[in-house]
Design a protein. Sequence first.
Length: 117
Amino acid sequence: MASLYSIAKVDDSGRVADLVLASALSWKPGEPLDITVVGEAVVIRSAPDGLYCHTRKAYLTLPSRMRQRCQIQPGDTVVLTAIPDRKLMIVTSVRLVHDALTDHFQAILDRWSVGHG
């Protein structure tokens, strides 16, 4: 499963944008989208009956209640992950990515320090 990544800042209205990822997902302006929360991530997919839409400038507005559930505030940096095979995007807080990578990086440093300590 190939994924594409981008980092974006959430604006004061809860919007994020990335033209490259939207293009990779073949999302057109005005296309209806379904936006849900799964765990601590916002999952966005194209859906004919979607209540939200993709704007002309590739903005996606993350609804306030969903941002709150995912602990995403205006001004926060988020990681946008497009999964073209599944025609969806996952939005996660950079904090979650940091937490996930911390243990991985510590293991690398532990192995590195054995030969370089």
